[in-house]
Design a protein around this ligand. Structure first.
Ligand SMILES: Nc1ncnc2c1ncn2[C@@H]1O[C@H](COP(=O)(O)OP(=O)(O)OP(=O)(O)O)[C@@H](O)[C@H]1O
Length: 643
C-alpha cells in the first residue's frame, strides 16, 4: 500500500478529535460567526474613526460654540453639544484615541508579563513553577483598584502609569491561564518529539507552544481590553485621568453626569460608544473562547507486520549504545520507587535490537533514559548508559541536547500526537533540516523533499503542505520518521511505532524502517509488545518483565528455545498459536507494579517452574551460549540445554 493509498484509506476511517485549533483558524472561525463579525467590525470602526479623528471630526475637540449649549443633535452638531458648546461627535472621536491607547497599553503590558511568566513556569516547571505559583498567589491578593489609586496618588494623574500598573496587576491571573495551557501542551508527545529532535527550547516555545496557548491568550486579551476601557473610563470619571478640556470617554461621561438634569441626552453618546466597546470585547472573547476550544480532526490508521527477509544476526563487539546495571527510580508516596533495575543492554552500530514485554515493564522509561527525557522526578539512580563513548546518565543538558536528533532520534507510538497539529508536514521536517544542517531556503526545501521521498512519498510536494489532521496514521508516521532522519542519527529508538496503525499500514512502516536501517547503517532500538514484529525485524532482543531484563539473545535462538518461562509464556500466548474454538493461552496473573516487586524472581508468582529458591533471593543473570542470557534458575528445564 503506497502512502497515497494510505491517505485514501485513512480518510475512510473514524475521525478522532485532535488538538487545539490554530490561532489563525480561531480568528477565521470567529469571523465566520455573526457575533464575532459584528464585534470585530464595531471595534475596527472605533479604531479607524479614532485614528482618523483629525480628518473626520467636524470641529476641534476643545472648540466652543456658545450659541449652542447643551443642544440636541442637529445638522451642525450631529450628536449635539456639551455644557460649553463643544461638539460631542468631535470629542467622542478624539476621546477614543486616548481611551483606546490607554486600553492597548494595559493589554500590551499585561500580556507581555503574563506570557513570559506563564510560558516559562509551564514549560520548564520545577522551582521556576513553584516560585511562579507563590508569586501569583501573593499578587492576586493585592486589590487592583486601591493599588491604582495609590499609583495615581504617587505619580500624579498619569493614566499611562495607571494603565501600566493595571497591566502588571492583572498579569498574574492571565499568566496562570497561560501556564495551565502550557502545562497541557508540554506533556504532548510532539513537544517531546521536538526535544528529542534536538530543537532548542526557545524554538519549541515560540513555534510549537505559543501557537497552542494563543487561543486562551487571545480570549484573555479581549476581556482585559474591555476591562481596561472600563477602568480608564472609571478613573477619568473620578477626575484622575486626562485633565479637562482634553477629551476621553470617561471625562465625557463625568461631564454629562454633572448636567444630567438639564440635558440627559449628553450621557447617551459616550455611554453607548463605551458600553458597546466593552460589550464587543466581551463578545469577541466569548467567540474566541468557543472557537479556540474547537478541535481539528485527524485521522488515524492502525497496522500489520509482514516478515522482512535477509536478516543477519550480529553480536556487537563495539557497542554503539551500552547500558550497564542501570536502575531508574520515580518519585513514590514515601520514597523513590524503582521502575527499572540492573538493566544491561547493548546495541551495535547498524543493528536492530528489540525490547519486548507486557505493558508497564519499563520499556519506554528505559528508552527515555537514553535520551535524558525522563519524567519529572525520575532519574537514573545507578549504572551507566554510554553512547559512542559518552555517559548519558551523567552527561550535561547541553551534551544531551546536542545528541538528540543528530546522533539519537526517536519515533513515538502515536504518529498523530508526535506532530504539532498546527504545523504542516513539510515545515515539521524543514525546521529540523534547518536546525541540523542549516543552508539556504532552497537547500532546506530540497533536503526536506528528499527526506519525504525517502520515507515513501513519491510526490513529496503534495504531502509537505498538509496538516497532521489531513494525513492518515501511516502517512503521519512516515513524516515522523522523516523528521527523525533529518539529523542523520546513528541510533533510532522506535517506541511501538506501528501499534497505533492499521494492520494494512503496519507492514509498510516496518519495511521502511528496515530499509532505512540498511541504507543508512543506522542502529534501531525497536520497542514492542508484539513478538511477531520483533521476530520479523530484529537481530537480537531483550525481554523485559517488571523492571528486569529477564532474557536476551539472538531472536531466532530465543524464540525457538526460550530460556525464561516469561519468554515462553509470551510465545505461547501469541494469537498465531491459537487453535480455532479453543481459548487463547494466557500467562496467569498480572505484572506486579513497581514498589510491590518480590525479593526474588519478579516473575515467580506467575511461573509454573518457580521454587522456593526463586523466591528467596534476587536471581542472577546466567550467561548461556553467546549472546544468550537469562535471569532464570530453571532455564535448562525449558530449553533442554539448547540455549
Ligand atoms: N512519571 C512516572 N511516575 C511514576 N511512575 C511511572 C512514571 N513513568 C512510568 N512509571 C512507571 O514505570 C513503569 C514502567 O513504565 P513504562 O512506561 O516504561 O512501561 P512500558 O513497558 O513502556 O509500558 P507500555 O508498553 O504501556 O508503554 C510503569 O509501572 C509505570 O507506571
Amino acid at each position: 500500500m503506497t502512502a497515497l493509498e494510505e491517505s485514501a484509506a485513512g480518510a475512510a476511517r473514524t475521525a478522532r478529535p485532535g488538538r487545539a485549533a490554530h490561532p489563525h483558524g480561531a480568528w477565521r472561525t470567529a469571523l465566520a460567526r455573526p457575533l464575532g463579525r459584528v464585534a470585530v467590525a464595531y471595534l475596527a470602526l472605533l479604531v479607524v474613526c479614532s485614528a482618523l479623528a483629525p480628518v473626520l471630526a467636524p470641529y476641534r475637540p476643545t472648540a466652543t460654540d456658545l450659541d449652542h449649549i447643551l443642544s440636541l443633535p442637529s445638522g451642525a452638531h450631529p450628536l449635539g453639544t456639551d455644557a460649553l458648546g463643544r461638539d460631542v461627535l468631535s470629542r467622542l472621536l478624539y476621546g477614543g484615541r486616548t481611551s483606546l491607547v490607554d486600553a492597548a497599553l494595559a493589554v500590551g503590558v499585561g500580556m507581555a508579563v503574563a506570557l513570559a511568566a506563564g510560558l516559562l513556569a509551564g514549560y520548564f516547571g520545577g522551582w521556576l513553577d513553584r516560585g511562579f505559583t507563590w508569586l501569583v498567589d501573593v499578587m492576586l491578593a493585592i486589590p487592583v483598584i486601591v493599588t491604582l489609586l495609590a499609583v495615581l496618588a504617587v505619580i500624579g494623574n498619569s493614566m499611562s502609569a495607571a494603565m501600566i500598573a493595571l497591566g502588571v496587576l492583572v498579569a498574574p491571573g492571565i499568566a496562570r491561564v497561560v501556564r495551565g495551557a502550557t502545562l497541557a501542551v508540554r506533556n504532548e508527545l510532539y513537544i517531546s518529539a521536538a526535544r528529542v529532535s534536538g530543537l532548542p527550547h526557545r524554538h519549541i516555545v515560540v513555534r510549537h507552544v505559543l501557537p497552542r496557548v494563543a487561543g486562551p491568550v487571545l480570549v484573555q486579551a479581549s476581556l482585559l481590553a474591555g476591562g481596561a476601557l472600563l477602568m480608564d473610563a472609571g478613573l477619568s470619571y473620578l477626575g484622575l485621568g486626562a485633565r479637562p478640556p482634553a477629551p476621553t470617554w470617561g471625562n465625557m461621561i463625568s461631564e454629562a453626569a454633572g448636567v444630567i438634569d438639564r440635558q440627559p441626552w449628553l450621557l447617551v453618546p459616550p455611554g453607548v460608544v463605551l458600553g458597546l466597546a466593552i460589550l464587543a470585547f466581551g463578545l469577541l472573547g466569548d467567540v474566541l473562547r468557543d472557537t479556540s476550544a474547537e478541535r481539528t480532526t485527524r485521522r488515524l490508521a492502525p497496522a500489520r507486520p509482514v516478515p522482512v527477509t535477509g536478516r543477519k544476526v550480529v553480536e556487537p563487539t563495539t557497542a554503539l549504545l551500552s547500558a550497564r546495571n542501570v536502575t531508574i527510580s520515580v518519585p513514590g508516596p514515601d520514597a523513590p520507587v524503582r521502575v527499572v533495575e540492573g538493566l544491561d543492554l547493548d546495541i551495535g552500530p547498524g543493528e536492530c535490537v528489540g525490547l519486548v514485554g507486557e505493558t508497564g515493564c519499563g520499556k519506554t522509561i528505559t528508552a527515555r533514559s537514553v535520551l535524558g527525557l525522563l519524567p519529572p522526578g525520575a532519574a537514573v539512580t545507578a549504572g551507566s548508559i554510554r553512547f559512542d563513548g559518552v555517559d548519558l546518565a551523567t552527561a550535561s543538558r547541553a551534551t544531551l541536547t546536542g545528541l538528540r536528533g543528530t546522533r539519537i532520534a526517536m519515533v513515538f507510538q502515536d504518529p498523530g500526537t508526535s506532530l504539532d497539529p498546527v504545523v504542516t508536514a513539510g515545515r515539521h521536517v524543514a525546521e529540523l533540516v534547518r536546525r541540523h544542517h542549516g543552508g539556504s531556503r532552497a537547500r532546506v526545501r530540497a533536503r526536506t523533499m528528499e527526506l519525504l521521498r525517502s520515507v515513501g512519498f513519491p510526490e513529496p510536494e503534495q504531502v509537505a503542505g498538509r496538516y497532521p489532521h489531513q494525513l492518515s496514521g501511516g502517512m503521519a508516521q512516515r513524516v515522523a520518521i522523516a523528521m527523525a532522519l533529518a539529523g542523520e542519527p546513528r541510533l533510532l529508538i522506535a517506541d511501538e511505532p506501528t501499534t497505533a496503525l492499521d494492520v494494512t499500514v503496519q507492514a509498510g512502516i516496518l519495511g521502511l524502517l528496515r530499509d532505512l536501517q540498511r541504507d543508512n547503517d543506522m542502529a534501531i532500538l525497536l520497542i514492542s509488545h508484539d513478538l511477531r514484529i520483533i521476530a520479523t525485524m530484529c537481530d537480537r532482543a531483550y525481554v523485559m518483565y517488571a523492571g528486569h531484563v529477564v532474557e536476551s539473545g539472538d531472536v531466532a535462538g530465543m524464540f525457538r528455545n526460550p530460556a525464561h518461562p516469561y519468554t515462553d509464556g509470551l510465545l505461547r500466548s501469541a494469537p498465531r498459536r491459537a487453535t480455532p474454538g479453543e481459548h487463547l493461552t494466557a500467562i496467569p496473573g498480572t505484572v506486579p507494579p513497581p514498589g510491590s516487586w518480590p525479593v526474588g524472581c519478579h516473575f515467580a508468582a506467575r511461573c509454573l517452574l518457580a521454587t522456593d529458591e526463586c523466591r528467596a533471593a534476587p536471581v542472577p543473570v546466567a550467561r548461556l551460549r553467546p549472546p544468550r542470557r537469562t535471569r532464570c534458575l530453571h532455564f535448562d528445564e525449558l530449553s533442554g540445554g539448547r540455549a
